[in-house]
Design a protein around this ligand. Structure first.
Ligand code: MG
Length: 369
């Protein structure tokens, strides 16, 4: 099978409400998503989506995905999309780094590989039956009473795992927030306090040795070295996210003893191929993982959830639905959806999500070999 054509769309995704993290220092109002359809000489087509969470959250840029794909496309035409690892190696030679550019191509190749095998991706990734995925909420930073109200609203939608954004204020403010939210946690609920790298190591150590909570703390500081320094001096389990950019940084995090869990996000690491390598490493070292994408519609969410659904339950905490924050839905009714705090995977072959091109508007470009 050979790739014969790539069609690329830019799709603007306003959020239902402005999203701020890292104590308000990083604010996002809309996302710039890129949809890719790969067509083949055997009539199968695959879809991918690449959607950074704005341009301040990570070193990834929405328009940069389309620019990067234009550079990659001549190397992709003629390749076999049912061999995603070969395609990824070719992309690494044609354009070193730039992992976020490669993720939608890699996703579309896996979609085709699944269709060619007649298997949903969760099965191709090794699961006998797809796990039901527990979802986690995302609670923005605010006053303790506002944040408790947001947890109660999420609880009413079925969420039992909450990602609570803190950081960016005086240490005493974060201590008060964490103590208040931990006390408001209901039996059976899991909390992660996500600092989004807002603390210096000194602040992280001071705050975490003052709170009574022993809940997860996510990405307390900017760098892996800073987070590792903190991890050795506090009692809370540490989850890492933004500072892990590729397979090698995950190995380094384990070598340093910097974390007990990680966020596995295909768009950040170069797609499902690499995310699966990281997931498998995480299983082997006993990490607990959130497997989800950086941003995007139910297409990107579903791709990441196929990987989550093939991961042992003891290594999975919960996953987040990026599309729940969007005011637009170009794949209505398709893919993973919140059903009382959990989501189930499509049973059809490949990704199981097929965007209607008419909903995406005019393509940004079409490339045929
Ligand atoms: Mg995070």
């Amino acid at each position: 099978m050979k790739i014969t054509r790539l069609t690329v769309w830019a799709f603007d995704l306003p959020l239902t409400k402005s999203y701020s993290l890292s104590g308000g220092r990083l604010r996002v109002d809309r996302l710039d998503s890129t949809f890719v359809r790969i067509d083949t000489d055997e009539g199968l087509s695959g879809w991918g989506e690449g959607c950074p969470w704005g341009h301040t959250y990570l070193p990834a840029h929405g328009p940069g995905i389309r620019a990067g794909i234009e550079t990659l496309v001549p190397f992709l035409i003629g390749m076999d999309p049912t061999a995603p690892e070969s395609v990824l190696r070719a992309m690494d030679v044609a354009l070193p780094g730039q992992n976020y550019v490669k993720s939608p191509i890699d996703m579309a190749c896996w979609d085709i590989a699944g269709q060619a095998a007649g298997m949903p991706l969760w099965k191709l990734f090794g699961a006998g039956a797809p796990a039901t995925i527990a979802l986690n909420s995302s609670i923005p930073t605010g006053t303790p009473s506002d944040m408790i109200a947001a947890v109660e609203a999420a609880r009413a939608k079925g969420y039992r795992v909450h990602s609570i954004k803190v950081g960016g204020d005086q240490p005493a403010t974060d201590i008060a927030r964490i103590d208040a939210l931990a006390s408001a946690c209901a039996p059976g609920e899991t909390l992660t306090f996500d600092v989004n790298r807002a603390w210096t190591p000194a602040v992280a150590i001071a705050v975490l040795n003052s709170v009574s909570s022993r809940d997860w703390i996510e990405q307390p500081c900017e760098t892996l070295a800073q987070c590792a320094h903190v991890a050795g001096r506090v009692a809370n389990p540490i989850m890492l996210d933004e500072c892990l950019s590729d397979v090698a940084t995950h190995f380094e995090a384990w070598r340093l003893g910097a974390c007990e869990g990680v966020k596995v996000k295909p768009n950040r690491v170069g797609g499902l191929t690499r995310a699966r390598q990281i997931r498998d490493f995480g299983v082997s070292v006993g990490w607990q993982m959130h497997i989800e994408d950086v941003g995007g519609t139910a297409l990107a969410d579903t791709a990441a959830f196929h990987l989550a659904a093939s991961t042992p339950e003891s290594n999975r905490l919960a996953s987040w639905l990026a599309h729940d924050h969007l005011a637009e839905d170009p794949v209505p009714g398709q893919g993973v959806r919140n059903r009382n705090g959990a989501a189930t995977l499509p049973a059809g072959p490949g990704l199981g999500v097929r965007p209607d091109p008419d909903r995406l508007g005019e393509p940004a470009f079409v490339y045929e070999g």
